[in-house]
Design a protein around this ligand. Structure first.
Ligand SMILES: [Fe+2]
Ligand SMILES: [Fe+2]
Length: 276
């Protein structure tokens, strides 16, 4: 029997080890894309994703306030930066497989699944690139603490596909476009060619993930007769904790189909929502 895409997503989500999770995800992605290219798509199916994805015993997760402070200029600081990115990428792998399984009851065009399968495959590559860099520096994923609370956006939007698209690709992944250039600079200054190349690959590929979010968000708005900008503002204020922080990478955000009037108004709290 052919395993459905939703069942494959749940297999990835319930695999704890990062290298094993990403290897399995990459196999599923290759099979999905090959079947699509052959004109014989795999069934989407239905499968219940876990509330939280399986994760390895390490890294230890802790609140961002309790994380040890390290100077980005030091070798340890640079390793901590790579470790933080590896953790984000592993979380992103799970987020993309989760959107596939979690919302499989909502009929979407096959292109929706193509996009998130491709994004999940990219994140798997990114996680492995970061692990390779850490290992080349004598460390590994799990050697340092990692931010807790990464799955919060997924939990908050577990029942709202438009909310998920607004918060995950269009806010969190768009934020990656803002901050990656300065990370690349840190490694350029240190003359570390491996991390520079890896981070440049990540930076180039993340634009498409934001674009997938924007594409399907707009598609759902069109279907429901909603104004995309207003719907985006409402959903981000509903599900995202805090305000968006400039500076923004306006050029890459535009490449990804995210216009300034979507994100600039969210840099301030809405006056009416502020009880003070
Ligand atoms: Fe990524
Ligand atoms: Fe991404």
């Amino acid at each position: 029997m052919t395993l459905s895409l939703a069942a494959r997503a749940v297999e990835v989500l319930t695999t704890a080890d990062g290298r094993a999770k990403t290897a399995l995800g990459r196999r599923h992605a290759a099979e999905w894309l090959a079947a699509r290219a052959a004109g014989t798509p795999l069934p989407i199916g239905h499968a219940a994703p876990p509330d939280r994805p399986a994760r390895p015993d390490t890294p230890e997760v802790m609140s961002p306030r309790d994380m040890p402070r390290r100077r980005p200029g030091s070798p340890l600081g640079r390793a901590a930066l790579l470790h933080a990115v590896a953790h984000i990428e592993l979380n992103a792998v799970d987020l993309h497989w989760d959107i596939i399984a979690r919302f499989s009851h909502i009929p979407m065009p096959l292109g929706f699944y193509d996009d998130w399968v491709r994004a999940a495959d990219d994140e798997a590559k990114h996680f492995n690139l970061m692990c390779d860099c850490l290992e080349a520096a004598g460390s590994h994923y799990g050697a340092m603490p990692a931010h807790a609370g990464m799955w919060r956006a997924a939990e908050d939007t577990a029942h709202d596909l438009m909310g998920r698209l607004a918060v995950v690709p269009m806010v969190l992944e768009a934020r990656g476009l803002d901050v990656t250039p300065s990370m690349i600079e840190v490694f350029e200054k240190a003359g570390e060619a491996g991390p520079v190349a890896a981070l440049k690959t990540i930076y180039a590929e993340e634009v498409s993930h934001v674009a997938y979010g924007s594409k399907w968000f707009n598609w759902l708005c069109g279907q429901q007769g909603l104004d995309p900008k207003e719907a985006f503002h409402t959903l981000v204020r509903q599900y995202f904790h805090g305000v968006l922080k400039p500076p923004f990478n306006e050029e890459k955000r535009a490449d990804a189909g995210l216009p300034p009037d979507f994100y600039w108004p969210l840099t301030e709290r809405e006056a009416a929502a502020d009880p003070a």
